[in-house]
Design a protein around this ligand. Structure first.
Ligand code: DIR
Ligand code: MN
Ligand code: MN
Ligand code: MN
Length: 280
């Protein structure tokens, strides 16, 4: 198994600085060494560079539209080239708006995906429903085929092809949803395990059900999108959007262990991508 690492030092999907240090801090914490210890061949593709965007004015209520659109186009291309080189792609963020380019690039390279979204939030506000204007709360809306009629035209977003179906998405860890997000999840019938369900069933059963649900028909490659705020803020206090009552450290790690094990039995049917939000 070989892993290609892409650093995406980007923070414009939300207002706070610090997240752009994520890729370097995660490397400094020893990610490459840990992967090698586990028998992975690792190729580090380094950090992407993103252009400074001047005059990036509000579009409707949405902030930093042009910067987020162009950064994600760049990231999508980078993911596609890592996939072409035959690696499992691991994207180090950066704020979670990067999920747009990460998932788009992955889907362009391998076709239909399953997406496991580990997060306190559903990140499925549309540019119209967003209460904050921050695009890190909206990435799923740009990716789902079912929501395309609800997405207005935005500068630097015309390259995006919606590439995920609602039935191929599973949420884990939800506990802080906006009213419109509740409505959208209900309307589309999206599979979701909130924290309440993690409490009720335990993380092991949640993962078994997640994998059973996603492999009901065809087994698609799994894309893991991991927001650090899914973990309880007592463990990850540096997140920009802490939400109490989150996953324990072990529950958070177990999710990745379970998916990894699935990948082995499916033999290369799985790809992991992690967008990690980190504040130093
Ligand atoms: C909120 C916060 N739902 C928004 N979203 C966050 O801005 O749309 N996602 N923090 O990770
Ligand atoms: Mn976030
Ligand atoms: Mn979140
Ligand atoms: Mn998120």
């Amino acid at each position: 198994r070989s892993v290609g690492i892409i650093g995406a030092p980007f923070s414009r999907g939300q207002p706070r600085g610090g997240v752009e240090q994520g890729p370097d801090l995660i490397r400094a914490a020893g990610l490459l060494h840990r992967l090698e210890q586990q028998g992975c061949a690792v190729k580090d593709y380094g950090n992407l560079t993103f252009e400074e965007m001047v005059d990036d004015e509000l579009v409707g209520r949405v902030k930093s539209v042009r910067a987020v659109g162009s950064a994600n186009q760049r990231l999508s291309k980078a993911v596609q080239s890592v996939k072409r080189d035959g690696h499992t792609a691991v994207v180090l963020g950066g704020d979670h708006s990067l999920a747009i380019g990460s998932i788009h690039g992955h889907a362009m390279a391998v076709g239909e995906l399953s997406v496991v979204w580990v997060d306190a939030h559903a990140d499925i506000n549309t540019p119209v429903t967003t209460p904050t204007g921050n695009i890190h709360g909206q990435p799923v809306s740009f990716l789902l085929r079912e929501l395309q009629s609800k997405i207005p035209v935005l500068p630097n977003f015309s390259w995006i092809k919606p590439c995920v179906s609602a039935k191929d998405l599973v949420y884990i860890g939800l506990r802080d949803l906006d009213p419109a997000e509740h409505y959208i999840l209900k309307l589309l019938g999206v599979k979701a395990f909130s924290m309440s369900e993690v409490d009720q069933f335990g993380v092991a059963r949640v993962m078994e059900e997640t994998c059973a649900y996603l492999s009901e028909k065809v087994k698609k490659p799994i894309h893991l999108s991991y927001d650090i705020d899914a973990i309880d803020p007592s463990v990850t206090p540096a997140t920009g959007t802490p939400a109490v009552g989150g996953l324990t450290y072990r529950e958070g790690v177990y999710i990745t262990e379970h998916l990894c094990q699935t990948g082995r039995t499916l033999i290369d049917h799985m790809t992991l991508c992690a967008e990690v939000l980190s504040k130093s």
